[in-house]
Ligand binder design. Structure first.
Ligand code: ME8
Length: 514
């Protein structure tokens, strides 16, 4: 018996210090679309998201709200989880780094590094940005000792830290990137990391003295220190994979054999702001404990407003839930994933949102509504029992285009190809002019063929749109008399002949802009 292909996809785990915004929504929807495409293509999928709950940033935010860190994390984890439900995110696991299971895996991981002599104690002197949770050297800093990424003041630190011998893995990492051209996508990001690795790679501080930061996971070999939040956070992917069983003795915890688990991840998805942690810290840490590295790392661009990155501190954040209130979940999902070229940046504007909404309503929505109405009007809802091969070539080339775009991680193009099929089908309706044909009883077979073709194309469109607009796809499948949206391959085999089709309210209602 052959096992179904598997896909383990991850989003970053978002800091539990702020509200979910459109940037978080983008990454999560993008990954959800890819996860749903994989399911539509017959894969078993593990789709992981969650919240990052340790470190000084959380500690400070909780203090400023007069809450304990755990209370803040409980509140925010619930907020992220509710946002994802409302945006139709179909994750299989929502991980929180304060979970006992995760803490135990981090502890086992750090102990393994320690046992393999990958860690030493040293003194750290330099600058730290709490907001970005990262170190900077003097030469990196912006004017007046500020963080070059977010512009906030940095803190000077001089303390004893434990260091991971990351520098020992520089050559191996460069080889990994050079031998696997698709390991980091898109290429511009791969080149950025290769450029970064042209400088000597330093060792990585992986701990904080408890005297300064107490909200973290204690080091198993020194109870006076907690793990650096990034090390703690990256390990979430491993925890959720089920590869490590910390309750076992060290040699039986799974570090030497990950078979039977979801590790390695098939794809980590994140914004370009946190590519270095995923493409440098994480793989070298994995190499050091003897685990395989993830199969792919996809770094997307930023949603910007004008020239500036959208961020809470800049006060220019668009609230995805607000947009959803107005236009519906599918519209937000469609706009975000269709508008941004996967990997590049995109600028949020209300005008572009409306243009994309219009496409959904007037191309896909319009096709669905006119095709079902005509089947109801001319054939009392019964799909004619004829081949309906009118758009066979267009369907075939669309499926090729979708497959090709997805294999190159160009999700926006795959979605564009699906929409083009709906556009082509609308053109076909115009060309066939069924309203004229219907007047002539002698042309009844021709009308049958046109209506059956439209029914067939709608079935394929339910399969292609399900990853991005699941609500509309399910509604349409129902109207076509299907029990569920078929897989992409399945959609080619389904015959609607004789089934009863219903027309209904538009899939995407007209928006009153007044
Ligand atoms: O960095 N445009 O969490 P975070 C596009 N906890 N994407 C954006 C965005 C924007 N303007 N703003 C945020 C952390 N994002 C760590 C991650 S993972 C082991 C730990 C998205 O809450 C994008 O995916 O700051 C970015 O990488 C992520 O949110 C940062 O989320």
């Amino acid at each position: 018996m052959s096992a179904r292909p598997r896909a383990f996809l991850t989003t970053p785990i978002y800091y539990a210090s702020g509200e979910p915004h459109i940037g978080h929504a983008y990454t999560t929807i993008l990954t959800d679309v890819m996860a749903r495409f994989a399911r539509q293509d017959g894969h078993d999928v593990l789709f992981l998201t969650g919240t990052d709950e340790h470190g000084p940033k959380i500690e400070q935010e909780a203090a400023s709200r007069g809450m304990s860190p755990q209370e803040l994390c409980d509140t925010m984890a619930a907020r992220f989880s509710a946002a994802w439900t409302r945006l139709s995110i179909g994750h299989d696991r929502f991980i929180r780094t304060t979970e006992d299971e995760h803490k135990a895996v981090v502890t086992a991981f750090l102990q393994r590094l320690w046992d393999r002599e990958q860690i030493y104690s040293g003194s750290y002197s330099g600058w730290y940005c709490i907001h970005e949770e990262r170190y900077w050297t003097e030469k990196d800093l912006g004017p007046d000792e500020t963080c070059p990424d977010c512009g906030r003041p940095v803190t000077h630190l001089e303390e004893t830290n434990y260091f991971f011998r990351m520098s020992d893995y520089q050559e191996r990492l460069v080889r990994q990137i050079e031998e696997n051209p698709d390991w980091i996508v898109p290429e511009v990001r791969r080149n950025e990391i290769l450029g970064f690795l042209r400088q000597p790679l330093g060792d990585l501080s992986i701990s904080r003295p408890k005297s300064r930061v107490s909200w973290g996971i204690e080091l198993p070999f020194d109870g006076e220190h907690v793990a650096y939040v990034w090390v703690d956070a990256l390990i979430n992917y491993l925890t959720a994979s089920g590869a490590i069983d910390p309750s076992q003795p060290p040699d039986a915890q799974g570090f030497d054999d990950v078979s039977g688990s979801w590790w390695p991840a098939d794809m980590h998805v994140m914004g370009k702001d946190i590519l270095t942690t995923h493409a440098v810290y994480w793989p070298t840490l994995l190499m050091a404990v003897g685990l395989p590295v993830p199969r792919r790392i996809l770094a997307h661009g930023w949603w910007v407003v004008g020239e500036t990155k959208m961020s809470k501190s800049l006060g220019n954040v668009v609230d995805p839930l607000q947009l959803r209130e107005e236009f519906g979940t599918d519209a937000v999902r469609w706009y975000l994933t269709r508008e941004m070229p996967t990997g590049g940046d995109a600028s949020y504007t209300p005008e572009r949102f409306l243009t994309r909404y219009d496409e959904l309503a007037n191309v896909f929505g319009n096709l669905a509504s006119r095709a079902t109405s005509m089947i109801v009007k001319y054939r009392e809802g019964a799909v004619p029992d004829v081949e309906g091969a009118g758009l066979a070539t267009a369907i075939e080339s669309t499926l090729d285009a979708v497959r090709d775009s997805l294999s190159r991680y160009r999700v926006h193009e795959a979605l564009g190809a699906a929409m083009d099929l709906a556009r082509t089908a609308n053109g076909y309706v115009e060309d066939q002019a069924p309203w004229t044909v219907a007047k002539d009883p002698a042309r009844s077979e021709e009308l049958d063929e046109t209506l059956a073709t439209l029914a067939r194309v709608l079935v394929v469109l339910t399969a292609l749109f399900k990853p991005v607009t699941p609500e509309a796809a399910e509604l349409l499948a129902q109207r076509l008399g299907l029990e569920e949206v078929p897989t992409i391959r399945g959609s080619l085999e389904i015959s609607l002949a004789g089934r009863n089709v219903e027309k209904g309210q538009p899939l995407f209602p007209r928006i009153d802009l007044g």
